[in-house]
Design a binder for this molecule. Structure first.
Ligand code: C5P
Length: 218
C-alpha cells in the first residue's frame, strides 16, 4: 500500500512547523516534527551531564531514550515518562540539538524512529533532511526558507508575545550560527532536494504558504 508523504525541509524559523501542522490537519495526515526528536535527545544528554560532542555516549543515550508524542490540540512530549514539553521550545535546547544532530552515529540511530512515523493515511514530515535522507521516496517535497533577518524577527516576536525577554541581535547571531552548523555538517546537511518546490516565505504570510503547499498536493 502506497503511503503518501509530504516533506518540508528548511532552516530554523522559516515557518515549517506552522505550515506542516496546518497542512497535516487539513489533510488528516500524521505529522513528524523531526526537530523535536533531536531536541529531546539534547535534553536527555543535558540531564545526564553528557558531553554533547561525545559521539558514542550521545548515540547510546539516543538508543536508550523512550519518547512519547501526544498529538492532541497541543503537542505533549514525554522523555522516559517525564513531560519535557516546556523545555522543548527553548533557544538553548535548539542550539544543543544542532550539536548532537551533527554526529553521524546519532543520525543513524534516529533514522528508524523517524521512518516509523510513515503510517496511513499519510505523513507530513518537517526537518532538515526529510526529502533527502529519511523519506527520499516522498512524492511531494518542499524546501521552505526565508532570509535570516526575517526569521530572527519572527522568532523575536514569538518570544516577546510569550512574555519572554529577547534580544534581536542575539537571536540573529544564533540563527546564523545554527544555519552554518546545519549546512556545513558532513552527515545529512541541510540542502534542497533537486525535486523539491522552493518557497521563500520572507515576504509571504504563512497562510499563503499553506495554500501553495496544499495546491502541490492537490
Ligand atoms: O527544527 P528544529 O529547530 O526543532 O531543530 C533543532 C535542530 O535539530 C536543528 O537546528 C538541526 O540541527 C537538528 N535537526 C536535524 N535534522 C532534522 C531536524 C532537526 O539535524 N531533520
Amino acid at each position: 500500500m502506497n503511503i503518501p508523504v509530504l516533506t518540508i525541509d528548511g532552516p530554523s524559523g522559516a515557518g515549517k512547523g506552522t505550515v506542516s501542522r496546518a497542512v497535516a490537519k487539513k489533510l488528516g495526515w500524521n505529522y513528524l516534527d523531526s526537530g523535536s526528536i533531536y531536541r529531546s535527545l539534547a535534553i536527555a544528554a543535558l540531564n545526564q551531564s553528557a558531553d554533547l560532542e561525545d559521539e558514542a555516549a550521545i548515540a547510546d543515550i539516543a538508543r536508550g531514550m523512550v519518547l512519547e508524542f501526544d498529538c492532541g490540540d497541543e503537542l505533549v512530549v514525554r522523555l522516559d515518562g517525564e513531560d519535557i514539553t516546556a523545555q522543548l521550545g527553548l533557544e538553548s535546547t535548539g542550539y544543543a540539538a544542532s550539536i548532537v544532530a551533527a554526529l553521524p552515529e546519532v543520525r543513524q540511530v534516529l533514522l528508524q524512529k523517524q521512518k516509523d512515523f510513515k503510517r496511513l493515511p499519510g505523513l507530513v514530515a518537517d526537518g532538515r533532511d526529510m526529502g533527502t535522507v529519511v523519506f527520499p521516496e516522498a512524492e511531494n517535497k518542499v524546501f521552505l526558507t526565508a532570509s535570516a533577518a526575517e526569521r530572527a524577527k519572527r522568532r523575536y516576536k514569538q518570544l516577546i508575545e510569550k512574555g519572554i525577554d529577547a534580544n534581536l541581535a542575539q537571536i540573529t547571531t544564533e540563527i546564523e550560527e545554527r544555519d552554518r552548523r546545519d549546512m556545513e555538517r558532513k552527515t545529512s546537511p541541510l540542502t534542497m532536494s533537486s525535486d523539491a518546490l522552493y518557497i521563500d516565505s520572507s515576504d509571504m504570510p504563512l497562510n499563503a504558504v499553506i495554500e501553495e503547499v496544499l495546491n502541490l498536493i492537490r
